[in-house]
Ligand binder design. Structure first.
Ligand code: DO4
Ligand code: MG
Length: 281
């Protein structure tokens, strides 16, 4: 089942049926341990919509499917990311760190965004004015309950400055965390089974209406299991209203930097497509 946060309500798609419900409190909602069961019970009181009605609502626009949850991110979980990072940080002497963390038991985990820094689907994500090399990072994103259980999945964009990160690995928070540094959506695929490893992640970037970059990877290339990443995040940490965890990128465009006005489209099989425009801050 797919859960959408609308400006004035909540839309649920189950099989081929759509249900329209009231505005929910997303702190409370994602703070539940039984999200799927709760929604299955609640939707009995929601209005059944015709597909056309539902599509009209979705066309108007959706919000990021979150309350005040923190977004965290994992890094160097794909071989492609390890190699790209080693190359970009060679001059700074940081190359070894990435190789080591790829192979280590403990993953790289970092704080990515508060809700106020997250852009909605269709909105603007930013590149920084003090950065010269910028990319979107398309990432399977986990929706995790306060007990540390994965109860959903969404599409995430971990916007990154490669020039700032490449200059010195200690600049990572500045390369990763700033206003409009992330987007998630368009919905939460509510399910506790792990999404199929065969699922593909696709990235397309359009400039002035033309395709400027396209790439894809499969979740089979993700080195760590989603629950393993969630377990590490919950070591010595608590998340009373749940949290999101981006699982790392397997697509890193080479010889490419984003420009203001570009359109970024990220799709993950079974979840949906997250589209954003690039702004500059
Ligand atoms: O180590 C830097 C960040 C890595 C990252 O964001 C990724 O691999 O997706
Ligand atoms: Mg990333």
């Amino acid at each position: 089942m797919k859960l959408y946060k609308l400006p004035s309500g909540t839309l649920l798609q189950k099989n081929d049926s759509y249900y329209l419900g009231p505005t929910l409190h997303w702190n409370e909602l994602l703070g539940r341990e039984n999200l799927k069961d709760y929604l299955n019970f609640e939707l009995k009181g929601w209005r059944v919509l015709e597909i056309e009605e539902a599509e009209k609502l979705l066309d108007v626009g959706v919000l990021a499917p979150m309350g005040d949850q923190e977004i965290w991110a994992a890094g160097v979980t794909y071989y492609r990311s390890r190699t790209a990072r080693m190359e970009e940080s060679q001059d700074a002497g940081g190359a070894d760190f990435y190789d080591k963390v790829y192979a280590a038991d403990r993953p790289e985990l970092f704080f990515k965004a508060t809700a106020s820094r997250v852009s909605p689907p269709g909105g603007k994500v930013n590149i920084r004015k003090d950065s010269t090399w910028d990319v979107p990072e398309p990432e399977l994103t986990l929706v995790i309950s306060p007990a540390g259980r994965i109860q959903g999945f969404t599409v995430g964009n971990d916007m990154s400055s490669r020039s700032i990160e490449g200059e010195n690995p200690l600049y990572l928070p500045q390369a990763k965390v700033y206003q409009g540094c992330a987007a998630i959506g368009p919905c939460i695929l509510v399910q506790d089974e792990i999404i199929s490893e065969e699922s593909k992640v696709r990235l397309e970037i359009f400039r002035e209406g033309q395709l400027a970059f396209a790439g894809e990877t499969a979740l089979t290339q993700l080195k760590r299991k989603p629950q393993e990443l969630a377990d590490w995040l919950f070591r010595a940490n608590t998340f009373p209203i749940g949290c999101f965890l981006m699982t790392g990128t397997g697509i890193v465009p080479d010889n490419f930097t984003l420009e203001a006005g570009d359109k970024v489209r990220i799709g993950i099989d079974g979840i949906g497509v997250l589209e954003n425009f690039i702004g500059k801050i």
